[in-house]
Design a protein around this ligand. Structure first.
Ligand code: URA
Length: 187
């Protein structure tokens, strides 16, 4: 299993999203990072550029990661649960998640991260098969195949709920990423 196995994903036609995508969106960041972050799916800008989290959500995510002390080029590998944009940015279907799952598993095996962050409920569903409310799940360590996994709110949710209250989603997410950073120091 090598990075060139992952490149075969660029020709994937396992589901109908292959018919409407512009590009397959694999990853950005460091493939040797100890932290892997999994989002939902590419949006319009990601689909055009072939890079995950380059739109408004990505800006929020990058700011949050930088504020808690992560170096975006060195410390994190960023990808999505599915690699092709769903039309109109709808939520990926169960079939699409299943069709893309082997690519996600391959990315996890290649990067071999100490900690995985799941941003939003689709990433939680894709990796853990759970559909719990994010309000219950965020900030709670999960364990999956020997790895520490932390669900956090999706950055698009933070854009929609922009309150800076101490108990609001932005501050809670900042706390979650601080806990994640501490965990990486301990492991
Ligand atoms: N962009 C991505 O790449 N993933 C998301 O989940 C949202 C926006």
């Amino acid at each position: 299993m090598t990075a060139s196995d992952l490149n075969q994903c660029l020709d994937c036609s396992a589901c109908d999203l292959a018919k409407t995508r512009q590009t397959v969106v694999l990853s950005r960041g460091n493939p040797d990072a100890r932290l892997m972050l999994i989002g939902e799916a590419p949006g319009a800008q990601e689909d055009q550029l072939g890079i995950p989290f380059v739109g408004r959500s990505g800006k929020v995510l990058d700011r949050m990661l930088s504020e808690v002390g992560f170096n975006l080029d060195r410390d994190v590998y960023i990808c999505n649960a599915i690699k092709c944009r769903p039309p109109n940015n709808r939520r990926p279907t169960k079939n699409e998640l299943a069709a893309c799952r082997s690519w996600l598993d391959l990315q996890i095996a290649l990067v071999d991260p100490a900690v995985i962050v799941l941003t939003g409920s689709t990433a939680v569903e894709a990796l853990l098969g759970r559909r719990d409310a994010m309000r219950q799940l965020r900030g709670q360590w999960q364990f999956w195949q020997g790895r520490s996994v932390m669900p956090v709110f999706h950055p698009a949710y933070l854009l929609r709920h922009a309150s800076t209250d101490a108990e609001g989603p932005i501050e809670l997410t900042r706390r979650d990423f601080t806990v994640i950073r501490q965990k990486l120091c301990e492991l």
